[in-house]
Design a protein around this ligand. Structure first.
Ligand code: SF4
Length: 421
């Protein structure tokens, strides 16, 4: 938030953030426009957001899912950066993950708490372990790893970064893209961009000659593969035909023309705006009025006094919560499910139900990995795991393993009504 405030208070020299004066031309040297799939998709999401990020160069808040994804990518890059076997051991791969993870604090990675960061660290280790076991029998030195290239085409300098490229012989290649999110969405635009740029890249032919000692006349994508690391599932996509690529390229050139023409009008949309870090700078976000009042970020009064007051209230709340939990537990022990009880000032209806609890989180993550159940659990919460256990589709051996980690607990629900209300 601080970054946004300071940016709002002191916009970059020259044109202001709302485009009253033309911003510097978003071009690379030699008139080429620096372009990529992610730049295009951001522009299509909201041109003003693109401008804030790539032209005004206002940094976004760190996102924990990016930090998690890049640490997994770094570990896999380390694993495959071998010209000749043996491959690194699992411990060495986990160490590479740890090194990357520890480069930043939990806040710098975008986590709200140390605990959440630690949980994801453990999740990452389990994911790498499962990946290693699943793939170790077919480890082979790849053609290229984390291959970044900038290709000039139609006045653009287009950057692609491929996680891994395998050469199948005769200039035919497969590009592998690791996905570390919850699910894998087919993103045709990303696939088209890989295909178009990779096949135009002159360096690839040289790399094939250097690596395999054979010259090829052209490089051709045979297929593109998304590898979903959390589930060890592969999603393969055949190369696109010329018509699809042609239509896609028209779209790219249209976006590039709009950027060159400095068209940066905001396109507010519920989803895009709710995730946008530039709300405080955006005129559209405040009712569509260009000069609508900006929100106040400075707290009224003395901030140090407010911080202390906030801390004391928090402490008090924790004490009260602990006391409340204790009394509820005592009521649960004495009351019958479905019973109604009256005190002098309040009445209570008590109901009890059986719920699952999973005390050993790490062991549960291990079971989810082993049986490929991340998607089914949807989220590693007690409710999600409980639903999974109760699901009739769960395989018996997976249920058995999960049951070994589960304990049944009695949950007590107390509805309180003040007498006379
Ligand atoms: S708040 Fe919405 S309209 Fe404004 S820049 Fe962000 S995404 Fe665009």
């Amino acid at each position: 938030m601080k970054k946004k405030n300071s940016a709002a208070a002191a916009p970059p020299a020259g044109p202001n953030l709302f485009g009253e004066a033309p911003p510097p031309a978003p071009a690379k040297k030699d008139g080429l426009l620096a372009f990529s799939y992610s730049k295009m998709s951001l522009y299509e999401e909201c041109p003003l957001k693109y401008k804030f990020k790539y032209i005004d160069k206002i940094k976004e808040e760190p996102k924990f899912y990016f930090a998690f994804g890049s640490a997994i990518h770094a570990a896999l890059e380390f694993l495959y950066s071998v010209r000749n076997p043996p491959f690194p051991t699992l411990d060495e791969v986990c160490e590479a993950f740890r090194r990357e993870w520890n480069l930043k604090s939990y806040l710098e990675k975008g986590y709200r708490t140390q605990q959440k960061s630690d949980d994801d660290y453990q999740k990452g280790l389990l994911m790498l372990k499962a990946y290693y076991e699943h793939n170790r029998a077919r480890f082979a030195p790849p053609f290229l790893v984390e291959y970044a290239t900038d290709v000039e085409v139609d006045g653009l300098l287009v950057r692609t970064i491929s996680d891994r490229i395998e050469h199948l012989g005769g200039g035919e290649i497969t590009i592998i893209d690791y996905k570390t999110g919850k699910d894998v969405r087919r993103e045709p635009a990303q696939l088209y961009m890989y295909q178009k740029i990779t096949e135009l890249d002159p360096r690839l032919k040289e790399k094939i000659a250097e690596t395999y000692g054979t010259r090829v006349n052209s490089v051709r994508i045979r297929e593109l593969l998304y590898y979903h690391v959390p589930s060890n599932k592969e999603y393969t996509f055949a190369r696109a035909d010329d018509k699809e690529i042609g239509n896609f390229w028209e779209r790219v050139l249209g976006v590039a023309d709009s950027i060159r023409g400095l068209k940066f009008d905001p396109t507010p949309a519920e989803r895009a705006c709710s995730w946008c870090d530039y709300k405080a700078l955006c005129p559209a976000f405040f009712g569509g009025h260009r000069h609508a009042p900006q929100p106040q970020f400075t707290a009224p009064g003395n901030i140090e006094v407010l911080v202390d007051r906030y801390g004391r209230l928090k402490e008090k709340m924790q004490e009260i919560q602990a006391e409340l939990d204790k009394v509820a537990e005592d009521i649960g022990r004495s009351a019958k499910s479905g019973g109604e009880y009256a005190g002098n000032a309040f009445t209570a209806s008590v109901s009890k139900s059986q719920k699952w609890a999973f005390p050993n989180r790490e062991a549960v993550l291990g079971v989810l990995n082993q049986f490929d159940l991340y998607q089914k659990a949807l989220d590693v919460t007690v409710a999600g795991l409980g639903r999974l256990l109760d699901s009739p589709d769960l395989a018996p051996d997976a249920r058995q393993k999960l049951l070994e980690q589960a304990v049944r607990k009695t949950a007590v629900d107390i509805k309180i009504v003040k007498k006379g209300e």
